[in-house]
Write a protein that binds this ligand. Structure first.
Ligand SMILES: [Zn+2]
Length: 493
């Protein structure tokens, strides 16, 4: 079945009509569910300054224009109280005249060239009340002692209120099918100047949305709109599962879902007996709605901005161009504004996947040579791949982006063993972006590699290990199109 974008919108609208109330106001949280301890630790927004001075970052709900103004003022206070590590930049202005700001958090004593870049965006959809307290909680965490290692090794950009007009009106105020022009204007320059290594887009589920068959209390980590190129699908799942594990440890039952599930989350009939459509068609359709050439710079027809109180729709597309252009690792998160009645729970639960992700960015993934987000495997698989090269995070990022945009000019790497002591690698590049530097990386059973030869010449190589194998990392410089052939000599296994 061929589904047009128009049908997508119509189908989404049909699903929307069936449901009722969306967000429970935080002020109406049932008193009998709030423990005395929680009341004690609840500090009003106006008095919360930064972590260390209050146990709860942001216990007050944000509602209406007043709530939004409180929220923006709180961000200013946090920035001035932590000016050594937080820089605020105004990135845009909403139609209603509210600022849309980015908060750039890092340790300025360490050069940014040595750091990975993370971009966290929240509150694209105005009625999704849960996300409103998560942004402050994330910033509060980022300025705390607990986040020192993150500040030392990463440059974290938080955009906590992408859609202030929607927040003020408690309405969706966005598009269900595309990145809006305002989002393009806000994100485009930031992403271009600082291509992210990882990106996380926060949303929030309420009473009337969740899975098609399970609504009201889900929280989800979404391995977002990526492709199966290289090992990306597996790498994203790996990260998602690690994030969920950390969330569970902290007491928050997140699920990991991939984009295949999205139609099952949001669309279609809820009647018992209806079969979901084939997941491949669903996935293909959702991916097809993302333009491969969109770099946040292609204006769209904004007449699709919709002001429902609670539409049912999924647009994680805010991240997709970063993946397409820069091979950014992209994720979504759905927090919840219905099942948790205490705002501090919403905030803490919301922080959990972000904290987990940022901590993962300080580690070395088993198949990566260097610590950081696993975005350097550009082509091939874990056993035989083309990798980015560079002496620091900035060089690796530049190399990765360049190679990613040349990926279609590489053949899939060939590997074979003519005898038990020899492994041969052949990689062909027919593009024009020359001279080109990259690495060929092979995963081996052998602990020791005797030599690597290119043509008749021995070439330098590095090795690193995971729990059971050795990766052989061979830097390559190509000056003309053709095939690189490497011969590895190793003991018999
Ligand atoms: Zn949303």
């Amino acid at each position: 079945m061929d589904i047009s974008r128009r049908d997508f919108v119509k189908l989404a609208a049909v699903s929307t009509a069936a449901t009722g109330i969306s967000a429970i106001p935080f002020s109406s949280a049932a008193a009998n569910q709030v423990s005395p301890l929680a009341i004690q630790s609840a500090i009003p927004l106006s008095s919360a300054s930064c972590r260390g001075t209050s146990p709860a970052a942001y216990p007050k709900g944000v509602a209406g224009e007043e709530g939004l103004r409180d929220l923006l003022a709180w961000f200013d206070r946090l920035t001035s109280a932590n000016s050594k590590m937080v820089e605020k930049r105004r990135l845009g202005t909403s139609k209603g005249g509210y600022e849309i700001s980015g908060f750039f958090v890092t340790n300025p004593a360490i050069p940014n060239e040595k750091k990975q870049t993370a971009l966290i965006a929240l509150n694209r959809h105005g009625q999704e009340a849960g996300g409103r307290v998560v942004g402050p909680e994330i910033l509060n965490y980022l300025v705390s002692d607990d986040a020192r290692e993150i500040r030392d090794s990463q440059y974290v950009i938080v955009i906590p209120a992408m859609n202030p007009d929607g927040i003020a009106a408690n309405k969706f105020n966005s598009s269900r099918t595309q990145i809006t022009n305002l989002e393009r204007a806000v994100l485009g320059p930031v992403v271009k100047a600082t291509p992210p290594d990882v990106m996380l887009d926060y949303h929030s589920l309420g009473q009337s949305n969740g899975a098609r068959n399970d609504r009201g209390d889900m929280e989800v980590i979404i391995t977002a709109n990526t492709s199966r190129w290289g090992m990306d699908e597996q790498a994203h799942q790996y990260i998602g599962l690690k994030m969920a594990e950390a969330c569970e440890k902290a007491g928050w039952p997140y699920e990991v879902h991939s984009i295949d599930d999205l139609w099952v989350y949001y669309f279609g009939e809820r009647k018992i007996g209806n079969q979901p459509w084939a997941s491949l068609k669903q996935k293909t359709f959702v991916l097809d709605t993302v333009s491969p050439v969109d770099g946040y710079n292609a204006p769209v027809d904004d007449t699709e901005i919709e002001t429902f109180e609670d539409p049912v729709g999924y647009t994680n597309y805010i991240c997709a161009p970063a993946y397409q252009q820069y091979h950014t690792a992209i994720f979504g998160a759905e927090v919840n504004h219905w099942s948790m009645t205490r705002t501090e729970d919403q905030a803490k639960s919301g922080l959990a996947p972000c904290e987990a992700l940022l901590k993962l960015g300080c580690m070395r993934f088993p198949w990566e040579k260097d610590p950081g987000y696993p975005v350097n495997l550009i082509h091939g698989d874990f056993r035989h791949s083309i990798r980015a090269v560079g002496a620091n995070a900035a060089e690796l990022r530049a190399s990765r982006i360049r190679l990613w945009n040349q990926r279609m000019y590489f053949d899939t790497p060939h590997r074979f063993m003519p005898d038990p002591t020899t492994t041969v690698s052949k990689v062909r590049y027919i593009g024009k972006d020359l001279p080109l530097e990259f690495a060929i990386c092979l995963r081996m059973r052998h602990e020791k590699i005797n030599s690597v030869t290119r043509g008749n010449q021995e070439v330098p190589f590095e090795t690193f290990r995971d729990s059971c194998s050795t990766y052989v990392f061979v830097p390559i410089k190509m000056t003309k199109p053709g095939t690189v052939s490497l011969t590895l000599k190793h003991p018999v296994y």
